[in-house]
Design a protein around this ligand. Structure first.
Ligand code: DAK
Length: 276
C-alpha cells in the first residue's frame, strides 16, 4: 500500500470515528448512521447530540454519500428520548442551552442537502421522535411505538417537537399526542401521516434502502432544490412559497442535469445525472 493510500485510510477512519455512533457507507452511497447506546435505549445525551451534528455535516459534504439513513442500534429502540438521567441535573439555563443545542442539530438534519430517512424500530419517544420528525422521511417497522411523553415528566418537547409534529400531522394530532403523552403504534402513526411507510421488521432495511436509492437515482440538484423549497415553504405563506418555487424551478434550467434529464426522455433512455 502506498503512503498516500495509508493516509486516505487514516482520514476515512478518523472522519467517521464518533464514539456513540456507527457510520457505514455502502457501495451505492447509502450512509447508515446508527445511534449506538443500546444500554440506554439510544437516549440522546449532549455528547451524542454533538456527535450527530458533526456526523451529519461530514456526510453532507462527502461526495461518496447520496442519501443518509438515521436509526438506533438494536431491535428495542430507535431512540427512547433525551437522556433523562443527564437532563435531571440541569438548571433552567442549562436546559435552555441543551434545547438550543438539540434544535440546531435537528435543523442541520432538516437542512441537509441529501435525503435523510429515519428508520424506526421499537421505541421512538420524546427527543427520539423529534429526531425522526426532523428527518425528511420516516419508515417504521410494525414494532415501532411513537410518542411525546414529556408532559408525564412535567416537561414539554424541547427539540422542536411541538412545531414539527404540528406541521407534519396538523394541530389536532399534535395536541392529542403531546397532551396525552401516549405511545402510538406504527399503524396509527401511518394513519395520521407521522410516518410515510410501515413494514414488517425483517423488511425494514430493504424498504428504507430502496426508498433512499430511488431518490438518489433522481437528479441530485433537483432533489436538493426540492428539499430546500419544501423546507423553506413550511416557514412562509403560499405566495412567498410559490415565489421560492419559481426561483428554484428557473434555476434548474441552468443545470446540466436538467438538460440531460430532458434529453434522456426524448431519446427514450435512462438519464445519467452528474449532480450539476
Ligand atoms: N434516558 C435515559 N435512559 C433511558 C431512557 C432515557 N430516555 N430510556 C430508557 N433508558 C434506560 C433505562 O433507564 C434502562 O437503564 P438501566 O436501568 O438498565 O440502567 C434502560 O434504558 C432500559 O430501559 P427500561 O428498563 O426502562 O426498559 P423497558 O422495556 O422496561 O421500558 C421504555 C422501555 C422506553 C418504555 C422506558 O425505558 C421508558 O419509558 N423510557 C423513557 C421514555 C421517555 O420518557 N422518553 C422521553 C424522555 S423526555 C429538553 C430537550 C429535549 C427534551 C426535553 C427537554 N430541554 C433542553 C429542556 C426531550 C425530552 C425527552 O425526550
Amino acid at each position: 500500500m502506498s503512503s498516500a493510500e495509508e493516509v486516505d485510510d487514516l482520514v476515512e477512519e478518523v472522519e467517521y470515528a464518533w464514539p456513540d455512533l456507527q457510520v457505514d457507507v455502502d457501495e451505492d452511497g447509502i450512509a447508515k448512521l446508527v445511534v449506538n447506546r443500546p444500554d440506554a435505549l439510544n437516549a440522546l445525551n449532549a455528547e451524542v447530540v454533538g456527535q450527530l451534528r458533526a456526523a451529519i455535516e461530514e456526510l453532507a459534504l462527502d461526495d461518496a454519500v447520496r442519501a443518509i439513513v438515521v436509526t438506533g442500534s438494536g431491535e428495542k429502540a430507535f431512540v427512547a428520548g433525551a437522556d433523562i438521567a443527564e437532563m435531571s441535573e440541569y438548571d433552567a439555563l442549562e436546559a435552555r442551552s441543551f434545547s438550543h443545542f438539540g434544535q440546531d442539530m435537528l435543523s442541520a438534519i432538516e437542512a441537509c442537502p441529501k435525503l435523510v430517512v429515519a428508520m424506526i424500530q421499537g421505541y421512538a419517544l420524546g427527543g427520539g421522535l423529534e429526531l425522526a420528525l426532523a428527518c425528511h422521511l420516516r419508515v417504521a417497522s410494525t414494532s415501532a411505538q411513537l410518542g411525546l411523553p414529556e408532559v408525564g415528566l412535567g416537561l414539554i418537547p424541547g427539540f422542536g417537537g411541538t412545531q414539527r409534529l404540528l406541521r407534519i400531522a396538523g394541530p389536532s394530532v399534535a395536541r392529542e399526542w403531546i397532551l396525552t403523552g401516549d405511545q402510538f403504534p406504527a399503524s396509527e402513526a401511518l394513519r395520521v401521516g407521522v410516518v410515510n411507510r410501515v413494514v414488517e421488521p425483517e423488511a425494514l432495511w430493504d424498504e428504507v434502502r430502496g426508498l433512499a436509492l430511488k431518490v438518489a437515482s433522481r437528479g441530485p440538484v433537483a432533489v436538493q432544490a426540492a428539499l430546500e423549497t419544501i423546507r423553506r415553504g413550511l416557514e412562509v405563506g403560499q405566495s412567498e412559497g410559490e415565489s421560492l418555487e419559481a426561483d428554484s424551478f428557473g434555476m434548474m434550467f441552468s443545470t446540466r442535469d436538467m438538460k440531460e434529464g430532458v434529453q434522456a426522455f426524448l431519446e427514450k433512455r435512462k438519464p445519467e445525472f452528474e449532480g450539476h
